[in-house]
Design a protein around this ligand. Structure first.
Ligand SMILES: Nc1ncnc2c1ncn2[C@@H]1O[C@H](COP(=O)(O)OP(=O)(O)OP(=O)(O)O)[C@@H](O)[C@H]1O
Ligand SMILES: [Mg+2]
Length: 337
Protein backbone atom coordinates (compact mmCIF):
# COMPACT_ATOMS: atom_id res chain seq x y z
CA UNK A 1 0.00 0.00 0.00
CA UNK A 2 1.34 3.42 -0.93
CA UNK A 3 2.14 5.50 2.12
CA UNK A 4 0.19 8.66 1.30
CA UNK A 5 -2.59 9.44 -1.10
CA UNK A 6 -5.29 12.05 -1.54
CA UNK A 7 -8.60 10.57 -2.71
CA UNK A 8 -10.46 13.12 -4.86
CA UNK A 9 -14.18 12.98 -5.63
CA UNK A 10 -15.17 15.81 -7.96
CA UNK A 11 -18.95 16.23 -7.78
CA UNK A 12 -21.23 18.63 -9.60
CA UNK A 13 -21.59 20.71 -6.44
CA UNK A 14 -18.77 19.74 -4.08
CA UNK A 15 -15.24 18.51 -4.38
CA UNK A 16 -14.37 16.04 -1.63
CA UNK A 17 -10.79 15.26 -0.62
CA UNK A 18 -9.70 12.47 1.70
CA UNK A 19 -6.07 12.58 2.79
CA UNK A 20 -4.76 9.17 3.74
CA UNK A 21 -1.34 8.79 5.36
CA UNK A 22 0.09 5.37 6.12
CA UNK A 23 -3.33 3.82 5.63
CA UNK A 24 -5.02 6.25 8.05
CA UNK A 25 -7.43 9.07 7.20
CA UNK A 26 -5.80 12.29 8.42
CA UNK A 27 -8.00 14.90 6.76
CA UNK A 28 -11.36 15.31 5.00
CA UNK A 29 -12.02 18.54 3.12
CA UNK A 30 -14.82 19.74 0.88
CA UNK A 31 -15.29 22.90 -1.15
CA UNK A 32 -18.05 24.10 -3.48
CA UNK A 33 -17.15 23.54 -7.12
CA UNK A 34 -17.47 26.70 -9.26
CA UNK A 35 -20.73 26.71 -11.24
CA UNK A 36 -20.61 24.88 -14.57
CA UNK A 37 -17.14 23.39 -14.04
CA UNK A 38 -18.62 19.89 -13.82
CA UNK A 39 -21.62 18.70 -15.79
CA UNK A 40 -23.01 15.14 -15.74
CA UNK A 41 -19.95 14.10 -13.78
CA UNK A 42 -17.62 15.37 -16.49
CA UNK A 43 -15.12 18.18 -16.19
CA UNK A 44 -15.95 20.95 -18.64
CA UNK A 45 -12.59 22.74 -18.45
CA UNK A 46 -9.51 20.87 -17.30
CA UNK A 47 -7.59 24.14 -17.17
CA UNK A 48 -10.08 25.75 -14.79
CA UNK A 49 -10.13 22.54 -12.75
CA UNK A 50 -6.38 22.79 -12.41
CA UNK A 51 -6.61 26.32 -10.93
CA UNK A 52 -9.41 25.20 -8.65
CA UNK A 53 -7.46 22.19 -7.33
CA UNK A 54 -4.44 24.39 -6.69
CA UNK A 55 -6.61 26.78 -4.67
CA UNK A 56 -8.25 24.02 -2.62
CA UNK A 57 -4.93 22.33 -1.76
CA UNK A 58 -3.47 25.69 -0.79
CA UNK A 59 -6.47 26.73 1.32
CA UNK A 60 -6.38 23.51 3.34
CA UNK A 61 -2.58 23.34 3.40
CA UNK A 62 -2.55 19.85 1.93
CA UNK A 63 1.04 18.95 1.16
CA UNK A 64 0.50 15.43 -0.21
CA UNK A 65 0.96 15.41 -3.97
CA UNK A 66 -0.07 11.90 -4.98
CA UNK A 67 -3.73 11.81 -5.91
CA UNK A 68 -6.22 9.08 -6.62
CA UNK A 69 -8.96 10.71 -8.67
CA UNK A 70 -12.40 9.28 -9.27
CA UNK A 71 -13.39 9.31 -12.92
CA UNK A 72 -17.00 9.71 -13.96
CA UNK A 73 -19.03 6.60 -14.75
CA UNK A 74 -19.66 8.03 -18.21
CA UNK A 75 -15.93 7.92 -18.99
CA UNK A 76 -15.14 4.39 -17.97
CA UNK A 77 -16.31 0.84 -18.62
CA UNK A 78 -16.31 -1.45 -15.62
CA UNK A 79 -16.93 -5.19 -15.84
CA UNK A 80 -16.97 -8.10 -13.47
CA UNK A 81 -15.02 -10.93 -15.08
CA UNK A 82 -14.60 -14.53 -14.09
CA UNK A 83 -11.90 -16.40 -16.04
CA UNK A 84 -9.50 -19.33 -15.75
CA UNK A 85 -6.45 -18.62 -13.62
CA UNK A 86 -3.60 -16.98 -15.51
CA UNK A 87 -0.45 -15.12 -14.66
CA UNK A 88 -0.48 -11.28 -14.62
CA UNK A 89 1.44 -11.10 -17.94
CA UNK A 90 -1.19 -13.25 -19.66
CA UNK A 91 -3.99 -11.34 -17.99
CA UNK A 92 -2.64 -8.09 -19.36
CA UNK A 93 -2.78 -9.49 -22.88
CA UNK A 94 -6.25 -11.00 -22.44
CA UNK A 95 -8.01 -8.15 -20.67
CA UNK A 96 -8.68 -5.95 -23.74
CA UNK A 97 -10.55 -8.86 -25.40
CA UNK A 98 -12.95 -9.01 -22.45
CA UNK A 99 -14.18 -5.57 -23.51
CA UNK A 100 -14.82 -6.31 -27.18
CA UNK A 101 -18.61 -6.01 -26.70
CA UNK A 102 -18.19 -2.47 -25.37
CA UNK A 103 -15.28 -0.98 -27.24
CA UNK A 104 -15.46 -0.99 -31.00
CA UNK A 105 -12.61 1.49 -31.49
CA UNK A 106 -8.90 0.70 -31.59
CA UNK A 107 -8.09 -0.93 -28.23
CA UNK A 108 -4.71 0.82 -28.23
CA UNK A 109 -6.54 4.02 -27.44
CA UNK A 110 -7.59 2.56 -24.07
CA UNK A 111 -5.93 1.72 -20.78
CA UNK A 112 -7.07 -1.37 -18.93
CA UNK A 113 -6.79 -2.11 -15.26
CA UNK A 114 -8.19 -4.61 -12.79
CA UNK A 115 -8.60 -5.46 -9.13
CA UNK A 116 -8.83 -9.03 -7.91
CA UNK A 117 -11.93 -10.11 -6.07
CA UNK A 118 -10.96 -13.75 -5.74
CA UNK A 119 -7.93 -15.74 -6.82
CA UNK A 120 -7.91 -19.52 -6.90
CA UNK A 121 -4.57 -20.68 -8.22
CA UNK A 122 -5.68 -24.26 -8.77
CA UNK A 123 -3.66 -27.40 -8.21
CA UNK A 124 -2.89 -30.70 -9.86
CA UNK A 125 -6.51 -31.81 -9.89
CA UNK A 126 -8.44 -28.53 -10.04
CA UNK A 127 -8.42 -25.68 -12.49
CA UNK A 128 -7.70 -22.27 -11.03
CA UNK A 129 -10.03 -19.35 -11.35
CA UNK A 130 -9.82 -15.56 -11.26
CA UNK A 131 -12.61 -13.17 -10.36
CA UNK A 132 -11.88 -9.55 -11.03
CA UNK A 133 -13.35 -6.15 -11.57
CA UNK A 134 -11.80 -4.81 -14.73
CA UNK A 135 -11.95 -1.27 -16.05
CA UNK A 136 -11.19 0.41 -19.36
CA UNK A 137 -10.84 4.13 -19.97
CA UNK A 138 -9.62 6.17 -22.92
CA UNK A 139 -5.93 7.07 -22.71
CA UNK A 140 -6.84 10.62 -23.70
CA UNK A 141 -9.19 10.94 -20.70
CA UNK A 142 -6.53 9.76 -18.26
CA UNK A 143 -4.04 12.12 -19.93
CA UNK A 144 -6.46 15.05 -19.42
CA UNK A 145 -6.76 14.28 -15.71
CA UNK A 146 -2.99 13.81 -15.37
CA UNK A 147 -2.31 17.10 -17.13
CA UNK A 148 -4.85 18.97 -15.03
CA UNK A 149 -3.24 17.68 -11.81
CA UNK A 150 0.27 18.37 -13.09
CA UNK A 151 -0.57 22.02 -13.68
CA UNK A 152 -1.78 22.19 -10.09
CA UNK A 153 1.57 20.77 -8.93
CA UNK A 154 0.01 17.37 -8.19
CA UNK A 155 0.53 13.84 -9.45
CA UNK A 156 -2.06 11.42 -10.77
CA UNK A 157 -1.20 8.22 -8.89
CA UNK A 158 -4.47 6.46 -9.78
CA UNK A 159 -7.66 7.05 -11.71
CA UNK A 160 -10.52 5.12 -10.11
CA UNK A 161 -14.06 4.42 -11.31
CA UNK A 162 -16.76 5.21 -8.70
CA UNK A 163 -17.76 1.61 -8.21
CA UNK A 164 -14.18 0.64 -7.39
CA UNK A 165 -14.18 3.06 -4.46
CA UNK A 166 -17.02 1.08 -2.86
CA UNK A 167 -15.24 -2.15 -3.64
CA UNK A 168 -12.15 -0.79 -1.82
CA UNK A 169 -14.29 0.11 1.18
CA UNK A 170 -15.85 -3.36 1.28
CA UNK A 171 -12.40 -4.96 1.01
CA UNK A 172 -11.15 -2.93 3.97
CA UNK A 173 -14.30 -3.58 6.00
CA UNK A 174 -14.23 -7.31 5.33
CA UNK A 175 -10.55 -7.52 6.20
CA UNK A 176 -11.59 -6.49 9.72
CA UNK A 177 -14.26 -9.19 9.99
CA UNK A 178 -13.14 -12.68 10.83
CA UNK A 179 -14.50 -15.67 8.95
CA UNK A 180 -16.23 -16.83 12.15
CA UNK A 181 -18.05 -13.52 12.70
CA UNK A 182 -19.12 -13.58 9.09
CA UNK A 183 -20.38 -17.17 9.40
CA UNK A 184 -19.23 -17.79 5.84
CA UNK A 185 -22.15 -15.72 4.53
CA UNK A 186 -21.43 -13.41 1.60
CA UNK A 187 -22.94 -10.09 2.56
CA UNK A 188 -24.95 -7.81 0.26
CA UNK A 189 -24.02 -4.14 0.36
CA UNK A 190 -26.29 -1.45 -1.06
CA UNK A 191 -24.78 2.03 -1.43
CA UNK A 192 -27.15 4.86 -2.22
CA UNK A 193 -25.21 8.00 -3.16
CA UNK A 194 -27.57 10.93 -2.99
CA UNK A 195 -25.68 13.76 -4.66
CA UNK A 196 -26.54 17.18 -6.01
CA UNK A 197 -27.85 16.11 -9.41
CA UNK A 198 -28.39 12.39 -9.18
CA UNK A 199 -28.85 9.44 -6.95
CA UNK A 200 -26.67 6.41 -7.70
CA UNK A 201 -27.46 2.98 -6.33
CA UNK A 202 -24.75 0.32 -6.42
CA UNK A 203 -25.35 -3.13 -5.01
CA UNK A 204 -22.55 -5.56 -4.26
CA UNK A 205 -22.50 -9.18 -3.22
CA UNK A 206 -19.24 -9.30 -1.35
CA UNK A 207 -16.97 -7.21 -3.59
CA UNK A 208 -18.78 -8.18 -6.76
CA UNK A 209 -20.87 -5.40 -8.27
CA UNK A 210 -24.24 -6.93 -9.17
CA UNK A 211 -26.47 -3.95 -9.94
CA UNK A 212 -26.19 -0.26 -10.75
CA UNK A 213 -29.02 2.21 -11.15
CA UNK A 214 -28.84 5.96 -11.68
CA UNK A 215 -31.87 8.05 -10.77
CA UNK A 216 -31.90 11.59 -12.09
CA UNK A 217 -33.09 12.96 -8.74
CA UNK A 218 -30.72 14.93 -6.55
CA UNK A 219 -30.57 17.47 -3.77
CA UNK A 220 -30.75 20.32 -6.29
CA UNK A 221 -34.47 19.48 -6.37
CA UNK A 222 -34.62 20.75 -2.79
CA UNK A 223 -33.00 24.03 -3.88
CA UNK A 224 -35.67 24.58 -6.56
CA UNK A 225 -38.51 23.58 -4.21
CA UNK A 226 -37.30 25.89 -1.43
CA UNK A 227 -36.69 28.73 -3.92
CA UNK A 228 -40.23 28.44 -5.20
CA UNK A 229 -41.92 28.02 -1.81
CA UNK A 230 -40.02 30.87 -0.18
CA UNK A 231 -39.69 33.16 -3.21
CA UNK A 232 -35.89 33.33 -3.06
CA UNK A 233 -33.12 32.82 -5.56
CA UNK A 234 -31.67 29.33 -6.00
CA UNK A 235 -28.35 30.13 -4.29
CA UNK A 236 -30.10 31.53 -1.23
CA UNK A 237 -32.34 28.47 -1.23
CA UNK A 238 -29.24 26.24 -1.19
CA UNK A 239 -27.76 28.13 1.75
CA UNK A 240 -31.07 27.80 3.60
CA UNK A 241 -31.05 24.07 2.92
CA UNK A 242 -27.46 23.61 4.08
CA UNK A 243 -28.01 25.58 7.30
CA UNK A 244 -31.54 24.16 7.86
CA UNK A 245 -32.72 27.76 8.07
CA UNK A 246 -35.96 27.97 10.13
CA UNK A 247 -36.14 24.17 10.09
CA UNK A 248 -36.72 24.18 6.32
CA UNK A 249 -35.43 20.60 6.01
CA UNK A 250 -38.50 19.37 7.94
CA UNK A 251 -40.98 21.47 5.91
CA UNK A 252 -43.67 19.90 3.75
CA UNK A 253 -41.89 21.32 0.70
CA UNK A 254 -38.77 19.30 1.45
CA UNK A 255 -40.61 16.20 2.68
CA UNK A 256 -42.40 16.00 -0.70
CA UNK A 257 -38.99 15.87 -2.40
CA UNK A 258 -37.74 13.22 0.07
CA UNK A 259 -40.83 11.12 -0.71
CA UNK A 260 -40.18 11.34 -4.46
CA UNK A 261 -36.54 10.27 -3.94
CA UNK A 262 -37.53 7.43 -1.56
CA UNK A 263 -40.10 6.07 -4.03
CA UNK A 264 -37.50 5.94 -6.81
CA UNK A 265 -35.02 4.18 -4.51
CA UNK A 266 -37.66 1.61 -3.55
CA UNK A 267 -38.50 1.04 -7.23
CA UNK A 268 -34.85 0.34 -7.99
CA UNK A 269 -34.55 -2.04 -5.03
CA UNK A 270 -37.73 -3.88 -6.01
CA UNK A 271 -36.41 -4.29 -9.54
CA UNK A 272 -33.16 -5.70 -8.16
CA UNK A 273 -35.04 -8.13 -5.89
CA UNK A 274 -37.27 -9.23 -8.75
CA UNK A 275 -34.18 -10.13 -10.77
CA UNK A 276 -32.38 -11.66 -7.79
CA UNK A 277 -35.00 -13.69 -6.00
CA UNK A 278 -32.45 -15.12 -3.57
CA UNK A 279 -31.53 -11.62 -2.37
CA UNK A 280 -31.85 -10.92 1.37
CA UNK A 281 -31.06 -7.23 1.00
CA UNK A 282 -32.42 -5.40 4.05
CA UNK A 283 -30.13 -2.44 4.59
CA UNK A 284 -28.64 0.50 2.75
CA UNK A 285 -25.69 2.78 3.26
CA UNK A 286 -26.59 6.33 2.34
CA UNK A 287 -23.68 8.41 1.04
CA UNK A 288 -23.20 11.82 -0.47
CA UNK A 289 -24.78 15.08 0.64
CA UNK A 290 -28.06 13.22 1.27
CA UNK A 291 -26.40 11.56 4.26
CA UNK A 292 -26.24 15.00 5.90
CA UNK A 293 -30.02 15.38 5.92
CA UNK A 294 -31.53 13.48 8.86
CA UNK A 295 -35.21 13.95 7.84
CA UNK A 296 -34.37 12.49 4.42
CA UNK A 297 -32.87 9.40 6.10
CA UNK A 298 -36.07 9.07 8.14
CA UNK A 299 -38.27 9.20 5.04
CA UNK A 300 -36.11 6.62 3.28
CA UNK A 301 -36.35 4.31 6.31
CA UNK A 302 -40.12 4.80 6.55
CA UNK A 303 -40.94 4.51 2.84
CA UNK A 304 -38.65 1.68 1.90
CA UNK A 305 -38.17 -1.56 3.80
CA UNK A 306 -34.45 -0.84 4.07
CA UNK A 307 -32.71 -0.11 7.34
CA UNK A 308 -30.43 2.89 6.88
CA UNK A 309 -27.02 1.98 8.24
CA UNK A 310 -24.32 4.61 8.88
CA UNK A 311 -21.52 4.13 6.41
CA UNK A 312 -19.02 4.87 9.20
CA UNK A 313 -19.46 1.25 10.27
CA UNK A 314 -17.55 0.29 7.11
CA UNK A 315 -15.02 3.07 6.71
CA UNK A 316 -12.83 2.75 9.81
CA UNK A 317 -12.76 6.54 10.04
CA UNK A 318 -10.92 8.02 12.99
CA UNK A 319 -13.44 9.38 15.53
CA UNK A 320 -13.00 13.02 14.61
CA UNK A 321 -14.11 12.32 11.02
CA UNK A 322 -17.03 9.97 11.64
CA UNK A 323 -19.65 12.69 11.21
CA UNK A 324 -18.41 13.19 7.64
CA UNK A 325 -18.10 9.54 6.61
CA UNK A 326 -21.23 9.71 4.40
CA UNK A 327 -20.22 12.73 2.35
CA UNK A 328 -16.68 11.44 1.89
CA UNK A 329 -17.38 7.75 1.27
CA UNK A 330 -16.13 7.71 -2.33
CA UNK A 331 -13.15 9.99 -1.63
CA UNK A 332 -12.14 7.67 1.23
CA UNK A 333 -12.58 4.64 -1.03
CA UNK A 334 -10.37 6.30 -3.67
CA UNK A 335 -7.65 6.94 -1.09
CA UNK A 336 -7.76 3.27 -0.04
CA UNK A 337 -5.93 1.86 -3.02
N1 LIG B 1 -25.14 19.90 5.80
C1 LIG B 1 -25.89 19.82 4.71
N2 LIG B 1 -27.24 19.90 4.79
C2 LIG B 1 -28.00 19.84 3.69
N3 LIG B 1 -27.52 19.67 2.42
C3 LIG B 1 -26.19 19.58 2.30
C4 LIG B 1 -25.30 19.66 3.41
N4 LIG B 1 -24.03 19.54 2.97
C5 LIG B 1 -24.13 19.41 1.63
N5 LIG B 1 -25.40 19.46 1.23
C6 LIG B 1 -25.91 19.36 -0.15
O1 LIG B 1 -25.41 18.15 -0.68
C7 LIG B 1 -25.16 18.30 -2.08
C8 LIG B 1 -23.74 17.96 -2.34
O2 LIG B 1 -23.60 16.59 -2.08
P1 LIG B 1 -22.56 15.72 -2.89
O3 LIG B 1 -21.20 16.25 -2.62
O4 LIG B 1 -22.83 14.30 -2.56
O5 LIG B 1 -22.99 16.03 -4.38
P2 LIG B 1 -22.06 16.06 -5.67
O6 LIG B 1 -21.12 14.90 -5.59
O7 LIG B 1 -21.44 17.40 -5.81
O8 LIG B 1 -23.15 15.86 -6.80
P3 LIG B 1 -23.27 14.70 -7.91
O9 LIG B 1 -22.85 13.41 -7.24
O10 LIG B 1 -24.72 14.70 -8.29
O11 LIG B 1 -22.36 15.13 -9.01
C9 LIG B 1 -25.51 19.74 -2.41
O12 LIG B 1 -26.82 19.80 -2.90
C10 LIG B 1 -25.37 20.43 -1.08
O13 LIG B 1 -26.15 21.62 -1.03
MG1 LIG C 1 -21.21 12.90 -6.05
Amino acid sequence: MASSLVGIDIGTNLIKLAVCQKGRITGLYSEPVPDDLVRDGQIISYEAMSDFLKEVFKKHRITEKRCSVIIADELVYVRYISMPYMKPEQLKINLPYEFHDFISEDKNKYVFDYAFINVKEGGDDSAGELELMAAAAKKSVIADYAESLKHAGLKLAAAVPYVMTYSNIIREAESRITEVENNGVVREYCFVDIGHTSCRINIFVGRKLVATRVIEYGLNMLDSAIAEAEGVDIHIARTRKESDFNGVLSSETCVNVYNAIAIEIMRAINFYRFNNQESLLAEAFICGGGGKIAPLMDVISANTDLAVIPVESLTDCPKEFIKDAELFTCAIGAARQ
